[in-house]
Design a protein around this ligand. Structure first.
Ligand SMILES: NC(=O)c1ccc[n+]([C@@H]2O[C@H](COP(=O)([O-])OP(=O)(O)OC[C@H]3O[C@@H](n4cnc5c(N)ncnc54)[C@H](OP(=O)(O)O)[C@@H]3O)[C@@H](O)[C@H]2O)c1
Length: 229
């Protein structure tokens, strides 16, 4: 039977790479994003993929926009926003967007798709943030959202163990995407894409996690770029 995967943030750097890698491994890929044009472009690059138009700022609409699937082997949460601003500068609208996109929608999508994931005895993967990320001045909303995402994953793992679901959190270091370029610029730090983890490399880690034999799995994975001499 063909395995299926739904990937959020599939129009972004990491999500798009995961979508391509999953298609290469024979998955039926559902690519979720909020920009119809970008989704079409992405589907053109991922053979057989199905677009899923969702705006994760509005989890209320997710029940009707997610595909009605009977079975789902894997759900990979890649969508994220990472605005850099101090607490003083962060309006509640930015807190709301960050928590909605990065955590609340991830929980709601997982909830909506749980019956299909349970039927397939599936796997949920959360793309979190750099290993050990905590208390970064001017990044409170993002850091708070990723801490909450880790706890969401840990609760889900315990709750769904009786159904055989596997839940993995991946903690990537700096990965060469538009998000990192913007974040580094906002922090006034240099950005050298060639020194970062490449999205295709991170995607290969996600696929390694998904494709492990079913007697064991990786609950947490940290990924760092190789130090340059
Ligand atoms: N790049 C890194 O160095 C790095 C390191 C650690 C962790 N991460 C995490 O990896 C994940 C992917 O990041 P990335 O680097 O691939 O960033 P990216 O290229 O900016 O991709 C982010 C994705 O999230 C989507 N998204 C944002 N807001 C959305 C919304 N309201 N509704 C639907 N989709 C929305 C974006 O869609 P639009 O293009 O339409 O906005 C895009 O597809 C994020 O969770 C990030 O925190 C990244």
């Amino acid at each position: 039977m063909t395995r299926s995967v739904l990937i959020t943030g599939a129009t972004g750097g990491i999500g798009a790479a995961v979508a391509r890698a999953a298609a290469d491994r024979g998955y039926r890929v559902m690519v979720a994003g909020r920009d119809a044009g970008e989704l079409d472009r992405q589907c053109g690059q991922v053979p057989g993929s199905i677009p899923v138009l969702v705006d994760l700022r509005s989890p209320d609409g997710l029940a009707t926009s997610l595909p009605a699937v009977d079975r789902l082997d894997a759900l990979v949460h890649c969508a994220g926003v990472a605005e850099v601003a101090s607490v003083e500068q962060t309006a509640h609208s930015m807190w709301s967007e960050t928590l909605m996109v990065n955590v609340v929608s991830a929980a709601e999508i997982t909830r909506q798709l749980l019956p299909a994931l349970r039927r397939a005895v599936g796997h949920v993967v959360f793309i979190n943030a750099a290993p050990g990320l905590h208390a970064v001045p001017r990044w409170s909303a993002y850091v708070a959202s990723k801490t909450a995402l880790r706890e969401l994953a840990d609760c889900l793992r315990l709750e769904e163990a009786p159904h055989g679901l596997r839940v993995t959190t991946i903690y990537p270091g700096g990965t060469a995407t538009a998000l990192l370029a913007k974040v580094r610029a906002q922090f006034g730090r240099a950005y050298h894409p060639a020194d970062c983890i490449q999205p295709a490399t991170l995607a290969s880690v996600v696929l390694t996690v998904l494709d492990m034999r079913d007697d064991a799995y990786l609950p947490e994975v940290s990924v760092l770029s190789t130090p340059r001499r």
